[in-house]
Design a protein around this ligand. Structure first.
Ligand SMILES: CC(C)(COP(=O)(O)OP(=O)(O)OC[C@H]1O[C@@H](n2cnc3c(N)ncnc32)[C@H](O)[C@@H]1OP(=O)(O)O)[C@@H](O)C(=O)NCCC(=O)NCCS
Length: 153
């Protein structure tokens, strides 16, 4: 599948302003407008809009907090600088064209030498599996999202 030229444009936020990085856009189902950086860890979150040939087609929230993975069984040792795809959504009308894969691949390419992790939302497990990411289950078994880890490069 071919996509157009993709650009990840980082959105800036002003801590304490009450303003999140994303504006309302009815092509998205997830709560992007409620997102705020964590004032206690101002460097832990980064927000991006994904442009395809200049038009926004997806949104991305990356996070640098990975110590929680110890609660998922068998996860390999990860560097403290491991990046997590906290949230990714392709806009309605643009899904199924390879954009989700292209964005995940871009995040990996931007963090060469590190594995990338993601907790899957309900219904998205097949997406991460199709990408070939390794799947791990929470120690308690049911009720928690599976954790996906990109293959070692
Ligand atoms: C999940 C999502 C990001 C995938 O993006 P997309 O651009 O539609 O996916 P792609 O076209 O890149 O698909 C890549 C591959 O994953 C598969 N795939 C995509 N979504 C899938 C799903 N929900 N279940 C199973 N497989 C899926 C595709 O069939 C494709 O397989 P192929 O390469 O063998 O043809 C998108 O559907 C979305 O935004 N969903 C709503 C929000 C969401 O669930 N986000 C995930 C947060 S963890």
């Amino acid at each position: 599948m071919r996509t157009g030229v993709l650009d990840l444009v980082e959105l800036r936020t002003v801590l304490g302003s009450g303003e999140g990085p994303f504006a309302e856009d009815f092509r998205y189902e997830l709560g992007w407008v409620e997102l705020q950086p964590d004032p206690h860890h101002p460097d832990a979150d980064r927000f991006f809009e994904v442009l395809e040939d200049g038009t926004e087609v997806a949104r991305l929230h990356l996070e640098w907090r990975s110590d929680f993975v110890r609660h998922w069984v068998g996860v390999p040792r990860l560097a403290p600088s491991t990046v997590r795809i906290q949230l990714i959504e392709v806009a309605a009308g643009h899904r199924g064209r390879g954009l989700g894969r292209a964005v995940a691949d871009r995040v990996r390419a931007d963090h060469v030498g590190h594995r990338v992790i993601a907790l899957s939302m309900d219904g998205a497990e097949g997406f991460w599996e199709t990408l070939g990411w390794d799947r791990f289950e929470h120690v308690t078994g049911r009720g928690f999202a599976p954790l996906f880890v990109s293959p070692a490069v």
